[in-house]
Design a protein around this ligand. Structure first.
Ligand SMILES: [Zn+2]
Length: 239
């Protein structure tokens, strides 16, 4: 058991590196330790930490990975370094799965702090929210997938990716809000199915508990296949 909360350790090092807003460059946090370096190499896996004892350490990351993915790898390996060197956790006694989960959680908290995402998404209109969701991964310098998953975890915005291919419609990805669980997907499906002929739609959906704003726009259109990005948020949270 690691008796430390990933969020508070991540927050501590953001402050030490004087990082107050996105995007977080994890290399700047690595620079807090003069003997810790980051190098890129051609690798099979995404990366690893090479502990060089009293000489320090090297975080080695895969050269072929996109920048956002590399950032996540650096943050993950940095977590191993911090647990060993700064927090003096005897990580050899921690079960492997727990250790890796802790490092992943740290990486998320470091690159995508919950309150930064909520501040970023909080905007006047659902239209503006849609654009922020669309561009969020660039704003935070992470992968699109990481940004959208995290948004579902810590905000009241749900994100759906929908493909209409000839006659069929499917939810290709879904990042449902844990804070404000949206209506059932089949109910959303009934709402959007009639909207997919237009390039953009805003819809107010009410169920027995809540009213939601739903906005969708085409993000890809190649002949028979049209892909939509859809955001769904309780109306009350747009006040
Ligand atoms: Zn690891």
């Amino acid at each position: 058991m690691i008796p430390l909360a990933p969020a508070s350790i991540a927050n501590k090092f953001l402050q030490e590196a004087s990082l107050w807003k996105p995007p977080v460059d994890p290399r700047r946090i690595c620079a807090l330790w003069p003997t810790l370096s980051v190098v890129t190499e051609s690798l099979d896996k995404s990366g690893y930490l090479l502990d060089l004892g009293h000489l320090g350490g090297e975080i080695i990351i895969r050269a072929e990975d996109p920048f956002g993915r590399q950032n996540f790898t650096i943050a993950h390996e940095l977590a191993h370094w911090i647990l060993d060197r700064e927090e003096k956790v005897d990580t050899k006694k921690v079960p492997r799965t727990e250790l890796e989960q802790w490092c992943d959680a740290f990486a998320k908290e470091l690159l995508l702090p919950g309150n930064w995402i909520r501040d970023y998404l909080r905007a006047g209109s659902v239209k503006e929210l849609w654009y922020r969701v669309r561009k969020g991964h660039r704003h935070f310098n992470v992968s699109r997938e990481a940004f959208r998953r995290r948004t579902g975890e810590i905000s009241n915005t749900s994100i759906l990716e929908v493909d209409r291919n000839n006659g069929t419609v499917e939810f290709s990805k879904q990042y449902l809000s844990r804070k404000s669980p949206p209506p059932k997907l089949r109910d959303i499906f009934r709402v959007i199915i009639g909207q997919l002929d237009s390039n953009s739609f805003v819809y107010v959906y009410t169920d027995s508990l809540n009213t939601y704003e739903l906005m969708g726009r085409v993000v890809r259109n190649d002949g028979n296949k049209r892909s939509f990005l859809i955001c769904l948020v309780p109306s009350s949270s747009l006040d």
